[in-house]
Design a protein around this ligand. Structure first.
Ligand code: GMT
Length: 376
């Protein structure tokens, strides 16, 4: 199949899923065209089966807001005609499903039918899309997609509760390439650069937005380091970072908290981590938890959204109520304080992650594409 993928090219989970999906589809013999405003960060393997088409939005002083949707839908029309793209898969409803729908309509005028699959990722439904300013457009573009998927049961339920949806929503969970992580584990972990042998390494990776409850990450770590030698790796950039840096200073733990910024090497950081913290207010899936688990890192998370579909309590980690720092710290210490138990949880994390192996999940998308093409 010739598949067009529209996504955000940034470090966000939806862009990562879209990129990994496209790369795997290309390995499975499909021709994949990424169409977005810059090269996706994880797209480092351009081959004859993978193309990237950049959407340019010329700056014009009259516009207070540059019309990205317009440029994207025009680019989609042009690329579909030029490359014979048979199907469009848009990740994140806003504004991709909307632009995709417009492209479909423009192409239909020329007798070209383009089925569109929309994958809902989380904040496009639970935080942003739900706002009255966007809601009618988001509802419309979901209802006018040919096939709609969500990354967890929880997100499916949220979508049906929050929007007036007349479409079936298929749940296709996010996935991970387990063998790729095996291959990566041959790299030198360089744990010694970050911490002493007697220190535990705790990690958090995110976009440092309010929804991630970064202050809870610091608070949980504060409790852990009172009881054992430990370091906290804070990976990512975002609006809450400065607050977290100040908090670490106020608590007198700044020497133990390393802010590493955005990283292309999260597999290296995860390979020397002992525990991962994800105390989010909401999380449709928590791809980063799965990435930690596949590197044998147990996860202390909240029980919100789709996290309970990913993190298996008592096996791959533990889940607590949002804001229950005390419980999260207690669970973290329970795992970390006994080497034998820590090893068991590390094994449990990897075992749980294999349920989401890329080879099990990507065929589900292929089946969805077949369904969309048949509908055409
Ligand atoms: O907030 C983020 O983590 C970024 C956001 C995105 O759209 O890139 O992540 C959402 O999609 C991911 C991939 O499906 C999910 O794993 C995340 O749980 C989800 N984030 C939220 O629901 C807050």
């Amino acid at each position: 199949m010739k598949i067009g993928i529209v996504c955000y090219p940034t470090f966000g989970g939806s862009g990562v899923v879209a990129t990994e999906l496209g790369l795997e589809l290309s390995r499975r013999g499909h021709e994949v065209h990424f169409i977005t405003y810059s090269q996706p960060v994880r797209l480092d393997q351009l081959s004859s089966n993978v193309r990237f088409h950049e959407v340019h939005v010329p700056e014009y002083p009259l516009f207070h807001y540059q019309p990205y949707e317009l440029a994207l839908s025009s680019k989609l029309v042009n690329m579909v005609k030029l490359h014979g793209i048979e199907l469009l898969h848009v990740h994140y409803a806003i504004p991709h499903a909307y632009a995709g729908y417009m492209a479909k309509k423009m192409l239909a005028e020329e007798g070209i039918e383009l089925p569109m699959v929309t994958t809902l990722h989380g904040t496009d439904i639970t935080l942003v899309g739900n706002h009255p300013f966007y809601k009618p457009a988001v509802t419309f573009s979901i209802n006018n997609s040919d096939v709609v998927t969500s990354v967890s049961e929880s997100l499916r339920t949220d979508t049906l509760n929050l929007f007036d949806i007349r479409k079936e929503i298929d749940v296709i969970p996010n996935f991970i390439d387990v063998t790729k992580c095996d291959r990566m584990s041959f790299t030198d972990c360089q744990r010694g650069l970050m911490a002493g042998d007697d220190e535990k390494i705790i990690t958090h990776i995110s976009n440092f937005r309010k929804v991630k409850r970064i202050d809870d990450v610091i608070k949980v770590f504060y409790e852990i380091q009172k009881k054992m030698k430990a370091k906290l790796m804070m990976v990512g950039e975002g609006p809450e970072k400065e607050m977290a840096e100040e908090m670490a200073i106020d608590l007198g733990i700044e020497e133990k908290v390393l802010f590493l910024g955005e990283s292309h090497e999260i597999h290296k950081i995860l390979c020397f981590s002992d525990l991962f913290l994800l105390p989010s207010r909401t999380e449709s899936f928590g791809l980063v938890a799965l990435e930690a688990m596949v590197h044998s890192v147990p996860v202390i998370s909240t029980n919100t959204g789709g996290l309970s579909e990913v993190n298996n309590a008592g096996v791959s980690g533990f889940l607590s109520d949002v804001g229950d720092v005390e419980d999260m710290a207690k669970n973290a210490l329970y795992i970390l304080s006994d080497e034998k138990r820590l090893k068991e949880f590390k094994r449990g994390a990897l075992r749980t992650a294999t349920k989401f192996d890329i080879n099990k999940i990507v065929p589900m998308y292929e089946a969805i594409y077949e369904k969309a093409l048949i509908k055409k």
